[in-house]
Design a protein around this ligand. Structure first.
Ligand code: NAI
Length: 258
């Protein structure tokens, strides 16, 4: 594979599992040095490192950072600069969802979902940008949002609020950061085979109903998402900013307002 990211440094939040792990492996396998962020799963972060080594990928460091804690957010960017000498690409991937009918949703779950999926990308991007401004360097921000930045998801109101929020955050920052040479885009996955969907994968009738709504007839893989992220992080996407790119097997096209 070509080394599109030689000399580049990327942070991928939540890269000890699922989509984040695949993105870290993909960017590193194309030459990037990668900061593997993990929250509570050091074994997962080690697994990501091993997969990168097996793929002959670039340098990696692992950093424990809970992206809902602002000191951790600052430290994550600091570690990239201190240990790897730069930070050119930020992938805001860490995310959580909480299922509850709206009238039963708790404040603590709301804070967790909004804190992880929206507040964390906001302040992580801010720190990423501040450092790039000091260094007078361009950069790439890619947020892993969801089809639910646009498509309703009953019983997941806080998740929809966060993903809808990150759609507008991305659009706004593309305007503000464009003059600095920093592009900002969202990658919006549909249904991807990862731990976040563990209960869905066990519920065959629900899974089959979902598959019937996906024109390509299958769940996505983390690698499907990583390919799109790699494109947006690469020089080939130099003129791409301010939009959402869906990787959903066509799910969003088959969607009717409920
Ligand atoms: P996952 O559960 O494997 O990954 C989520 C990652 O976020 C985990 O590594 C977890 O440790 C990390 N994380 C959670 N809270 C954190 C915190 N406070 N600090 C640092 N890291 C934290 O699930 P998946 O599917 O890989 O999710 C990745 C992203 O993709 C999420 O933003 C999710 O909303 C989004 N997504 C996933 C879809 C799917 O079908 N799997 C569909 C649409 C969007």
């Amino acid at each position: 594979m070509s080394a599109r990211f030689t000399g580049k440094v990327a942070i991928v939040t939540g890269s000890s599992s699922g989509i984040g792990q695949s993105i870290a492996v993909r960017l590193a396998s194309e030459g990037a040095s990668v900061v593997i962020d993990y929250h509570s799963n050091p074994e997962g972060a080690e697994e990501t490192q091993k997969k990168i080594a097996a793929a002959g990928g670039g340098k990696t460091i692992t950093v424990k950072a809970d992206v809902t804690i602002m000191d951790d957010v600052k430290n994550l960017v600091e570690q990239a600069w201190q240990q790897l000498g730069s930070c050119d690409i930020l992938v805001n991937n860490a995310g959580v969802e909480k299922h509850a009918p709206f009238w039963e949703a708790t404040e603590s779950d709301y804070d967790l979902v909004l804190g992880t999926n929206l507040k964390a990308p906001f302040f992580l991007t801010q720190r990423f940008v501040q450092k790039l401004m000091e260094a007078k360097k361009p950069g790439r921000v890619i947020n892993i949002s969801s089809v639910h930045e646009d498509m309703v998801f009953p019983n997941f109101a806080s998740y929809c609020a966060a993903k809808g929020g990150i759609r507008m955050l991305m659009r706004d920052l593309a305007m503000e950061l464009g003059p600095l040479g920093i592009t900002v885009n969202n990658v919006a996955p549909g249904a991807i085979n990862t731990p976040i969907n563990a209960s869905l994968l066990e519920d065959k009738p629900k899974l089959n109903a979902l598959l019937n709504n996906i024109p390509l007839g299958r769940l996505g893989t983390p690698e499907d998402v990583a390919s799109l992220v790699a494109f947006l992080a690469s020089d080939e996407a130099a003129y791409v900013t301010g939009s959402t790119y869906f990787v959903d097997g066509g799910l969003i096209r088959n969607y009717k307002e409920q």
